[in-house]
Design a protein around this ligand. Structure first.
Ligand code: PLP
Length: 475
């Protein structure tokens, strides 16, 4: 019978070449312009409008990767990438991910691959230890954790579980009650607004609490907003506190917010997407103080823990609230293991049914680096950021624009918004490095985020030189 499949032998040959290609890429990363320089449509216009009718070789495909796809890549793995937040990766992570693809496991139920579930549970318990999370977030207690695709999905899961808990698990059946209210700060990531919209809470029922001079949520204003809503007959149900806001790395006061949540019986979610990783270092663990009051917590190893996208870790203190919210058991998924109650079926812990074997890459990463190795590199990133912040502080032309508690430095040139915008564009268009901006109090602020796997002091010195020299030329 005719067969178009790739044989194991051909796969072996092509696979080895692909690993070589990726290793060459890593070796040559610094030769590429960090920010892709293509114009909109430039990549699409080089691609055929219709799919090929006949088989093409991997060599032909890779030739197009080199000539068409690569120019449209922004090099997130470049050591000169300082934009947004890191999305860092590493050899062990890519290998773990490749193995996951090779096994092709769909781990929706314990029974569909026990290793997929049990490795995930074990690795997440390791992480709970590494982050010194309270016992209740571990699988041995009432809580536990799951790997989700993103912090956005984790936030949505938290909002849904909070909604159900507040309404005695009725809203899933009856539809939204229309008077639930959620609270975030004006600096909270947009994924929370999205979650509130999707969960049927409604954007009008999302309160954006004002922040203090450090851009952290003001707990007194949170309390006042809750009181106001209660008096109006509304039902407060959910608060998201952030550890390391996207814009400036602001740290919300977890303990104060947690106490308010306890008083009013609100679900407290902590979004620590990037900065949560820092808590594996004992000297930075204090940023999570107050987590003992939280109902859920999420952070992204796919940002700052050398684990390639996607990999979010979502911890809950009471897994039954999450499972009661998201569990549906149609006949065709029924099986003895599930019915015995002795196993965990992670399909009940998130929105989608199917799930990849993501814990493999996390396991590879943690075992390759060891906890000490991970700490070392996180500490090094923070050291580099603090050194950069020191240079800004001693500069006559630039000033810090927000506190820099960890690996993100926000700063601006004294010449004002238009100048800073031009400075950023000029440098990014040069391809030498890539960094991005934010707006604080109407001011255009430059952001340098330090967290790429291979960024060294030399790269940071070079970046600072580029920024200073370009600023001089533009003055
Ligand atoms: N929360 C914070 C604080 C972030 O910085 C980000 C970054 O994009 C997100 C959530 C969203 O992350 P994800 O892409 O995993 O949904």
């Amino acid at each position: 019978m005719k067969n178009y499949h790739m044989s194991p032998d051909e796969f072996r040959k092509q696979g080895k070449q692909m690993i070589d290609w990726i290793a060459d890429y890593y070796e040559n990363l610094e030769k590429y312009p960090v920010l892709s320089q293509v114009k909109p449509g430039e990549i699409k216009n080089q691609l055929p409008v219709t799919a090929p009718a006949n088989s093409e070789s991997i060599e032909q495909i890779m030739a197009d990767v080199n000539s068409i796809i690569m120019p449209g890549i922004t090099h997130w793995q470049s050591p000169n990438f300082f934009a947004y937040f890191p999305s860092n990766s590493s050899g062990p992570s890519v290998l773990g991910d490749l193995l996951s693809s090779g096994l092709g496991v769909q781990g929706m139920l314990w029974a569909t691959s026990p290793s997929c579930t049990e490795l995930e549970t074990r690795v997440l318990d390791w992480l709970a230890e590494m982050l010194q999370l309270p016992e209740r977030f571990k699988s041995s207690s009432a809580g536990g954790a799951v790997i989700q695709d993103t912090a956005s999905s984790a936030a949505l899961s938290a909002v849904l579980a909070a909604r159900e808990k507040k309404t005695n698990y009725q809203t899933n059946d009856t539809g939204n009650l229309g008077n639930l209210v959620a609270y975030v700060s004006s600096q909270t990531h947009s994924s929370l607004e999205k979650a509130v919209k999707i969960a049927g809470i409604g954007k009008n029922n999302l309160r954006l609490i004002e922040v203090d001079e450090n851009l952290a949520m003001r707990a007194d204003l949170l309390e006042a907003a809750i009181q106001k809503d209660l008096q109006a007959g509304l039902i407060p149900f959910f608060v998201c506190a952030t550890v390391g806001s996207t814009s400036t790395n602001a740290m919300d006061p977890l303990t104060e917010i947690g106490r308010i949540c306890q008083t009013h019986q609100l679900w407290m979610h902590i979004d620590a997407a990037m900065s949560g990783t820092a808590a594996i270092c004992p000297e930075h663990r204090h940023f999570l103080n107050g987590i003992e009051l939280a109902d859920s917590f999420s952070f992204n190893p796919h940002k700052w823990m050398f684990t390639n996208f996607d990999c979010n870790c979502f911890f809950v203190a009471d897994r039954s609230a999450l499972i009661k919210t998201l569990s549906i058991l149609p006949e065709y998924l029924k099986n003895q293991a599930t019915e015995s109650g002795a196993v965990c079926d992670y399909r009940d812990w998130h929105i989608q049914l199917g799930r990849r074997f993501r814990s493999l890459k996390l396991w590879f990463v943690i075992r390759h680096y060891g906890v000490n190795g991970l700490r070392y590199h996180i500490q090094e990133h923070i050291r580099l950021a603090q050194q950069f912040a020191g240079w800004i502080l001693s500069s006559n032309d630039f000033a810090l624009a927000a506190p820099a508690p960890l690996n993100l430095v926000c700063f601006a040139h004294k010449n004002g918004n238009d100048f800073n915008r031009k400075l950023l564009e000029t440098i990014n268009n040069s391809g030498k490095m890539y960094f991005t901006h934010t707006i604080i109090d109407g001011k255009y602020i430059l952001r340098m985020c330090f967290g790429q796997t291979n960024t060294t002091e030399e790269h940071v010195r070079q970046a600072w030189e580029t920024i200073q020299e370009t600023a001089k030329k533009l003055t």
